[in-house]
Design a protein around this ligand. Structure first.
Ligand SMILES: O=C(O)c1ccccc1NCC(=O)[C@H](O)[C@H](O)COP(=O)(O)O
Length: 234
């Protein structure tokens, strides 16, 4: 078991509320569907090569509908200060998700610069990869465990690929994270059974084409999550 004494997360028990982040939103309709479904977090992608890329000012416009309903997350990849300044100023996110190869020192610097909570994304394929969380303990507020991108992909996330969720079973219950990568309405039951994560993050599993969110798939995903949770509780 990966045990982290020093990572005292405020009583985040696996039995408590489940956070759900719908990521890569670009339209009012998709955002409305995410909020209607009960998303706790909504994510906006600031990575130019992504089909989900959104301009900071447009994310700032969209984020207003989420105020008081869901936390807004700005997703960046090894971004420099100038771009982060622009995002924070124009979008005013509640949280930053760092999805590149940011070091613990860089994460600490970003936290101090903006005074915002930071979720550090880490790519996972085997249990040993989880050791990589250690240097971020006490710095990152939360982790997002995503699948490693396939060879040739230019995207560090949003690839619709799952990893072996069984590796998460060995994590200490105090590690606060979102399970990400390849989730969809059909496999969410397996995710609960194998990992019982405190948070879920989904992007391409609720899209009809790369970067095109489908409100019906978003609704279907929330229904599947509720059904899977009810099944586990019964
Ligand atoms: O989604 C993207 O295009 C993306 C690009 C660059 C960095 C991160 C990106 N996504 C981050 C996310 O949080 C996604 O929701 C996560 O990778 C899961 O995606 P999916 O496997 O498609 O559900």
């Amino acid at each position: 078991m990966l045990f982290l004494d020093s990572f005292a997360v405020s009583c985040q028990s696996r039995a408590m509320a489940l956070d759900i982040k719908i990521c890569g939103l670009k339209t009012d309709k998709a955002l409305a569907a995410a909020l209607a479904g009960g998303a706790s977090h909504v994510g906006f992608i600031f990575f130019a090569k992504s089909p989900r890329y959104i301009e900071p000012a447009e994310a700032g416009r969209l984020r207003e509908a989420a105020t008081g309903k869901a936390k807004t997350v700005a997703v960046t990849v090894d971004a420099g200060d100038a771009f982060l300044d622009e995002i924070v100023e124009k979008m005013q996110p509640d949280m930053l998700q760092l999805h590149g190869s940011e070091t613990p020192e860089r994460v600490a610097e970003i936290k101090a610069r903006y005074g915002l909570p930071v979720m550090k994304a880490l790519p996972v394929s085997e249990a040993a990869d989880l050791e990589r969380i250690r240097p971020f303990v006490g710095i990152a507020d939360r982790f997002l465990f995503d699948a490693k991108p396939p060879k040739g992909s230019e995207l560090p996330g949003g690839n619709g690929i799952a990893f072996d969720w069984r590796v998460l079973a060995g994590l200490d219950a105090g590690v606060d994270y979102m399970l990400s990568g390849g989730l969809n309405a059909a496999n969410i039951g397996d995710a609960f059974r194998l990992a019982n994560p405190p948070g879920l993050d989904i992007s391409s599993g609720v899209e009809s084409a790369p970067g095109v969110k489908d409100p019906a798939l978003i609704e279907q995903f929330f229904r599947a999550v509720r059904a899977a949770r009810d099944t586990r509780a019964a």
